[in-house]
Design a binder for this molecule. Sequence first.
Ligand code: HEM
Length: 174
Amino acid sequence: MIFQLLVAGQEPVTNQISTALMALLRHPSHLERLRAQPELLERAVEELLRYDSAFELTTWRFLAEDAELHGTRVPAGDSTIVSLCAANRDPQRFPDPDTLDFDRPVNPHLAFGHGIHFCPGAALARVELQIALGTLITRLPGLRLAVPDDQIEWIPAVLARGVNQLPVTFAARI
Ligand code: HEM
């Protein structure tokens, strides 16, 4: 349990910080708004989790009994994997899902999963993201990518999506 908590607790947060930062660097007006209105941080973190999540898929689920999933019969013993990122861009759930919008009135995203395996570290991860992003934005004015966007190397892992390196530049602190 301790091993799982350490591993599951470290890598997704690292990746989620870089994924959220990439989304902000690609939306400079959102970044500036957060700098000007830090009270938005809590809501912004929820939207950044919905918009691009470090956990693209859930782990495997094996069916204990025959079931019907959205019109498809799945026999007992067969498995399913849920795409959390696709659910987070479901237009029936989120109006204009491909838009990063800090003003969504409700945001029932699935970035931390759902049900019995819902991430037990969600509360900690939320605080870590708020502190990390808030600190970077306040302490590093003029934060922007130091290389063209297409030179950023993404880690193609579905349970640990992020970037290998994130070279940035910023204005000197006054
Ligand atoms: C932004 C960071 C994080 C994200 C996006 C994330 C996402 C997730 C997701 C989607 C699941 C469910 C997987 C499934 O249904 O198969 C999960 C499970 C889990 N997470 Fe997190 N997590 C994060 C941070 C953390 C932290 C900080 C901890 C611990 C301190 C942690 C510990 C775990 C553990 C132990 C499980 C397995 C729970 C179970 O199977 O019952 N996670 N996480």
